[in-house]
Design a protein around this ligand. Structure first.
Ligand SMILES: [Zn+2]
Length: 605
């Protein structure tokens, strides 16, 4: 104990002074002076850095720390290259965990001193340890992955043929009763070996009697066969509705591609497979348990879910099958109920917490080229500036309602036009009802300009741009061109402006592998070798921070997780190689050896 204390004090941050100051400022926190036991605890935390974490932490953190005794270390990890993402001590060799939290971080020699009977110890053999990765935008649709037909690869760059898509859907159509939809998911229009657009004629080969739809993984465009178009009453003379298009060939005939809000007419026709409520719940539980396994396999320890069945989520947790932490982003009935019941963002616990709203969609898609731009899309005729899917008035009303309810507003805004609309609505809401530290969340926030960045900074808004796109979707950036790409997924600009930018994979649209995300942020080079917007490159260290601590900040949980700091939840990832020093084009292939959530192994290679 004595040697631990002596050793750590030198190496660990400014904890002792900070803690003393804190006690002076806050008499309630000085009660640990009153007995010997607690005095020795205070000495210990001063020496190990818990004091500093408590300083930044919540009362709960304090209470937890008060129970911690050094001899209680459940787990000690040593001989590691630890990147803490804690600015007070960015590098370490070892750390100790107790009651699911880090209690000390320092040198191997010091931390080994905390090993007692019953302590689990892990020699990391010079492997790299980083905080658990946090994905701030994920549709987490495990049920779809398990039970629906994927016509593309959800996780990796993989090219498929149109024939393979048709074959998969034909097999599906065989057991499909009349009038019921045959659907394919995870289609990617630039990952097709045929090197052309999928069209209605292709899908007519699946069936002429059943409605067929293939949904782009981006989530904003779908492709329909002739039967589906006929059932929906869409003809070549049907005008485009607001916020969407029925795409046409040069001769004016429908080609089957339908964008954004124009797709709503298809929701009114045909049937879908039906399930009893119990079957439905079982499928949702299966899906969540399945995707949770996938997340930890890729080193994700917290994921912001876009809705999903909250009841099923709790059941999966109760059954011990929830391996990652969830920031649950609500919409529809859940959001309405929160507002009605007076439940704000932050309600919940360390495993399932109500976060921001789910993305309220303002415009179209970056990958599918329907996002709302202030200038026309280069080379597109007729002149097209993308889809705005919401009026300013409706957006103003929605944001104000959520904002007043103490719920963190979150909009899907890709194009500069949509980001401007969201900021306008938030500025208006703040004028009517001032809320400090509201952290309005901008999902995607893809195309920025100087004025938008200034307003984001003033509002303290938190963008979550695409992560894996720089690598995965480099084959689409020529549609925008280099000048625009310099202002897309602008991690460099956000960091330089002191904006807490986080990571948002947007799975299904983007693969959620944080290694792919980090490689793309650092290199801006895609799978095809093309580099776009190199001015927005950030360092590996910055990219790790974006994927960890900034993710915690995104949901107001930066005092609870996101770095390897005493007092925080013991969520971390062991990597076989050091992503900070390895060839940057190989970051995405670095093996994830172990994922630990709350001190427990949730994945082991
Ligand atoms: Zn999304």
């Amino acid at each position: 104990m004595a040697s631990t204390r002596g050793g750590c004090t030198d190496r660990i941050s400014t904890a002792p002074t900070q803690q003393k100051d804190q006690q002076r400022e806050n008499p309630a926190r000085s009660e640990c002076n009153i007995n010997d036991k607690l005095r020795s605890r205070r000495d210990f935390i001063a020496a190990t850095g818990i004091g500093a974490a408590s300083l930044a932490g919540t009362p709960l953190l304090q209470a937890q720390a008060a129970r911690a005794k050094p001899q209680d270390a459940d787990l000690v990890v040593f001989n590691a290259r630890v990147y803490t993402v804690d600015s007070r001590m960015s590098r370490a060799e070892a750390f100790a965990v107790q009651n699911s939290r880090f209690i000390a971080v320092g040198t191997t020699a010091d931390i080994k001193g905390l090993i007692v009977k019953g302590t689990q110890s892990y020699d990391a053999k010079q492997m790299t340890v980083v905080p658990g990765f946090i994905d701030c935008h994920n549709h987490a649709d495990g049920t779809g992955l398990l039970y629906d037909t994927s016509v593309g690869n959800p996780y990796e760059v993989e090219f498929v043929t149109i024939d393979s898509i048709v074959a998969k859907l034909r097999a599906k159509a065989k057991d499909t009763p009349p009038n019921q939809w045959v659907e394919g998911f995870f289609f990617d229009d630039t990952k097709v070996k045929d090197n052309r657009e999928l069209n209605a004629h292709d899908l007519d080969e699946v069936s002429m009697t059943l409605p067929v739809a293939v949904h782009h993984r981006g989530g904003h465009t779908s492709y329909y066969n002739s039967k589906a178009l006929e059932m929906a009453g869409v003809t070549k003379n049907t005008p485009n509705p607001p916020g969407g298009t029925f795409d046409r060939d040069p001769d004016g005939s429908l080609n089957g591609r339908v964008t954004d809000r124009a797709r709503s007419v298809f929701n009114k026709v045909g049937t879908h497979q039906t399930f009893t409520p119990e079957q439905m719940l079982q499928r949702e539980r299966d899906g969540l348990a399945y995707i949770s396994k996938q997340f930890v396999r890729y080193g994700l320890t917290t994921v912001h879910h876009q809705g999903g069945n909250l009841f099923a989520l709790q059941q999966v947790r109760a059954a011990g099958n929830l391996l990652h932490r969830v920031s649950y982003e609500s919409s529809g009935k859940v959001l309405d109920s929160m507002i009605a019941a007076g439940i704000s963002s932050g309600f919940g616990d360390e495993w399932i917490r109500l976060g921001a709203t789910s993305e309220h969609t303002v415009d179209g898609s970056f990958s599918e080229r329907t996002m709302a731009l202030s200038v026309p899309y280069p080379g597109v005729t007729p002149r097209y500036k993308g889809n705005v899917t919401e009026t300013q008035d409706d957006l103003n009303a929605w944001i104000e309602q959520v904002h007043r309810a103490g719920i963190q507003e979150n909009c899907h805004a890709n194009g500069d036009v949509a980001i401007d609309m969201m900021l306008t609505a938030v500025e208006r809401a703040q004028q009517r009802f001032q809320r400090t530290d509201a952290r309005p969340k901008i999902t995607h926030c893809t195309l920025i300009n100087d004025d938008l960045v200034r307003r984001i900074r003033v509002l303290g808004a938190v963008p979550a741009p695409f992560t894996s796109y720089a690598y995965y979707n480099a084959d689409k950036f020529h549609f925008y061109g280099e000048e625009m790409m310099k202002r897309c997924m602008a991690f460099r600009t956000f960091l330089d402006n002191g904006i807490h930018v986080a990571a948002g994979s947007d799975f299904g649209p983007g693969p959620f592998d944080p290694r792919m995300g980090i490689q793309g942020m650092v290199t801006r080079t895609g799978w095809n070798g093309e580099t776009w917007g190199a001015n927005q490159r950030i360092t590996v260290e910055e990219a790790v921070r974006v994927n960890t601590l900034n993710g915690a900040y995104n949901s107001h949980e930066e005092n609870l997780k996101g770095s390897i700091s005493p007092g925080k939840l013991a969520d971390f990832v062991v990597l076989a190689d050091d992503i900070h020093t390895i060839d940057q084009s190989k970051i995405k292939d670095v093996q994830i050896v172990r994922t630990v959530v709350g001190g427990n192994i949730s994945y082991q290679a």
